[in-house]
Design a protein around this ligand. Structure first.
Ligand SMILES: Cc1ncc(COP(=O)(O)O)c(C=O)c1O
Length: 349
């Protein structure tokens, strides 16, 4: 099915040097908007980036019916631009929308909107190593109604911002044993706004104690490792890549999935199974080489230098020959078109 998207470009194009601007501050020139009303998506359009006008009665402002995605477009060495794993991001978007009772955006509209927007703002895709254009599709309940209800009207939008290295330094993280990000039967697997709002307070406490992020544990025992901030967690112990399995409380990370696939291809043994913080602690106490890192679209791979477990700081392995950097390189090479894209992960514009 074809989707008609009207395009009203900016009269004057002004691409800024964005290399020193912090992540998420500088929008590109255009944005995509579509409206859902009377059971259908209407009025799909790309317009100059601008503020929204919205009634204070809009349901999204009160009851959290919001879902978003985070994806990236890359400039390849041959000059083409690709969007990484559109299909996998769409699958997750659709699952999140369903969980939040929001009408699912058709895949054709999602893909076409991304394609047209990235094509129009192509000059904003950074040329720098580890630079990319971060793409943020999202849906919000726009119906004007103060009562608690599932909205009948929504906005689907996509905005973009240039992105570079997300974390300047290896991370210091702390295993969280009091607060929970998600519980069984809840919304942990969905990329909905409330999951992030609820995570801020425990993260703030960790920051005040000198850590960058918390490592979330399961809400029942607080022993099993789940994820961290906006990243899935991975470990390398005894040369094996270990990561917790997906569940209702963990986001199905596209980076996690990609790294697991690449690890297998690189001959790195992988073990997807529940991981307790005690197991990590024991390995560290035994003096084993333990790599720990976050995997996510924004940071790609975020090496963890220090893990605090039950109040004690442990050092993880972050030297240059660490396995995580091999995985990072393999992913980078596919996105840049240096290595073959055997899985059709690159959606070429
Ligand atoms: C809570 C959470 N976990 C994990 C991830 C990593 O997912 P991805 O690799 O798809 O960015 C993200 C980021 O999207 C996230 O917000």
């Amino acid at each position: 099915m074809e989707y008609a998207i009207s395009i009203s470009p900016q009269a004057e194009r002004t691409v800024k040097d964005t290399t020193s601007i912090p992540f998420g501050v500088q929008p590109t020139e255009h944005m995509f908007v579509a409206e859902y009303k009377d059971g259908q998506w209407h009025n799909s359009r790309i317009v100059p980036f601008t503020n929204l006008s919205m009634s204070p009665f809009a349901l999204c402002l009160h009851y959290g019916q919001t879902v978003f995605e985070g994806m990236k477009a890359f400039l390849m060495n041959d000059g083409h631009i690709n969007i990484f794993r559109v299909d996998k991001h769409y699958e997750r978007f659709a699952k999140s929308l369903e969980r939040m009772c929001i009408p699912v955006v058709p895949k054709g509209l999602f893909t076409e909107a991304l394609h047209q927007l990235v094509q129009l703002d192509a000059s904003w895709v950074p040329d720098a190593e580890h630079g990319s254009l971060y793409l943020r599709p999202f849906v919000i309940a726009s119906e004007e109604r103060l009562g608690v209800k599932v909205a009948d009207e929504y906005l689907f939008m996509i905005v973009c911002t240039p992105a570079y290295q997300y974390y300047a330094q290896p991370l210091k993280v702390r295993v969280e044993e009091t607060y929970s990000r998600a519980a069984d039967g809840g919304t942990g697997f969905a990329k909905c706004g409330g999951n992030y709002g609820g995570a801020f307070y425990p993260t703030k406490l960790a920051r005040e104690a000198g850590y960058d992020q918390v490592i979330w544990t399961d809400s029942n025992t607080h022993e099993m490792i789940e994820e961290s901030g906006t990243m899935n967690l991975m470990f390398v112990i005894d040369d094996t890549l270990i990561t917790p399995p997906l569940s209702g409380t963990i986001l199905d990370g596209v980076t996690r999935d990609s790294l697991l696939t690449l690890a297998k291809e690189l001959g790195i043994p992988t073990d997807v199974r529940p991981v307790s913080y005690k197991e990590i602690q024991e390995a560290l106490e035994a003096g084993k080489r333990v790599e720990a890192f976050g995997a996510g679209t924004a940071a790609v791979i975020a090496p963890i230098e220090i893990i605090a477990i039950q109040g004690k700081d442990y050092n993880c392995y972050i030297a240059e020959d660490a396995t995580m950097y091999k995985l990072q390189r393999a992913l980078y090479d596919i996105r840049k078109g240096i290595a073959p894209d055997n899985h059709n992960w690159n959606y070429i514009i």
